[in-house]
Design a protein around this ligand. Structure first.
Ligand code: BGC
Length: 357
């Protein structure tokens, strides 16, 4: 027992000592593992994390894994071998990192789950994300309001289809779950009709959050249910994020819809393409999750861990990864649409007006 306590003490001294208060060794390395460069937001997350950590005096190893689980695992192995003292990880598949993170734990490398919870491991110390359930309820509430669902009955229904993201991303339980908590009563009453019947999470899932896959599925739904401006009425498509919304928008444009008769489409991220679509009238709303805020929060977490101080969290009950409840910091998601995008995105310097042209 004494030996174990000694070993633990030495390990924690190695980690904390490397960052000793005030006199930080500038060679202390932090690994930042991002899922893919394909989606705009992860590029921003990676850039802000790198800049923030470097400003705080750390060396950063930033890697993107091209949405390939094995690539992410081997990038993490390399980060551990090359001496990273902490890992910040946005997992491609939340349940595929148990082995590599067991190695991290053995070497006393601290792990922070970034945006997506890492499942099935006790090696993750903290989680920083947005209030993902609120993202879902913002989307659901918007549909209720926009479609006037409170004043409708089963004899005056709306027609809707559903798209969520990758089944390996724990966030979809919160996005889709939050939206469905709002919408299910209307489905049950027949006020919302989903002609495909695909209202279960697994049926609405989109592998890798892929725009092309969402487009394919929407094209199939259009064909099989005869949706179209001159065909079967389609009032709305629930989409958990912008990359899926963009695929759905493409399919609807090909089916002949125009801004004048476009179904209501939800999204999330305020991705540039989607903001342009909102301006054009081919996407209705999005949810702005300021990646600057999230990255800054994670830098604070790394600093607190390093200094042996209390790590800032504001939620200690929501995010159970099947092994433990991971102490989390949830940032605030904000509703965005064509009416407030300027204040939200341009006035705050997130985008330049010219990027949205
Ligand atoms: C993120 C979303 C993002 C999606 C696809 C989710 O885990 O929370 O912001 O749109 O992944 O990358």
């Amino acid at each position: 027992m004494k030996k174990i306590i000694c070993a633990l003490l030495i390990l924690s001294m190695v980690f904390c000592g490397a960052f000793a208060n005030g006199k930080r060794d500038s060679k202390v390395k932090v690994g930042v593992s991002m899922p893919t460069k394909d989606l705009q937001r992860w590029n921003q997350d990676g850039d802000y994390m790198k800049a923030g950590l470097e400003k705080a005096g750390y060396t950063v190893d930033l890697q993107y894994a091209a949405n390939d689980i094995n690539t992410q695992v081997s990038q993490l192995e390399n980060m551990i071998t090359s001496g990273c003292k902490a890992l910040v990880i946005a997992a491609i598949d939340g349940s595929s990192l148990s082995n590599v993170l067991a190695t991290a734990k053995k070497k006393n490398v601290k792990v922070i789950a970034y945006d997506r919870l890492i499942m099935d491991t006790d090696a993750v110390s903290y989680y920083a994300t947005f209030d993902n359930y609120k993202v879902g309820t913002l989307q659901g509430d918007y549909l209720v309001e926009k479609l006037g669902l409170k004043n409708r009955s089963a004899s005056d229904p709306v027609y809707m289809e559903f798209f969520t993201g990758d089944p390996g991303d724990n966030n979809i339980n919160f996005f889709f779950g939050g939206a469905m908590d709002v919408l299910k009563p209307y489905l049950d009453k027949g006020v919302i009709k989903c002609l495909s019947g695909q209202t279960a999470k697994a049926q609405a899932a989109t592998l890798e959050w892929s725009t092309a896959r969402a487009q394919d599925r929407m094209e199939n739904l259009i064909t099989s249910n005869k949706y179209g401006p001159k065909g079967q009425k389609l009032d709305a498509v629930y989409c958990s994020n912008d990359s899926t919304a963009q695929g759905v928008t493409q399919a609807l444009l090909s089916a002949g819809y125009t801004a004048a008769n476009f179904p209501v489409i939800t999204g999330q991220d305020c991705d540039i393409t989607s903001v342009k679509n909102m301006i054009k009238g081919t996407q209705s709303m999005s949810v702005f999750k300021d990646t600057r805020t999230l990255a800054a929060q994670v830098v604070k977490m790394v600093e607190a861990i390093a200094a042996g101080k209390e790590v800032p969290v504001n939620d200690t009950s929501t995010y159970n990864n099947n092994v433990k409840v991971v102490p989390s910091f949830l940032c605030e998601p904000v509703f965005g649409d064509v009416n407030n995008y300027k204040a939200l995105l341009i006035d705050t310097g997130y985008y330049k007006e010219s990027e949205l042209k």
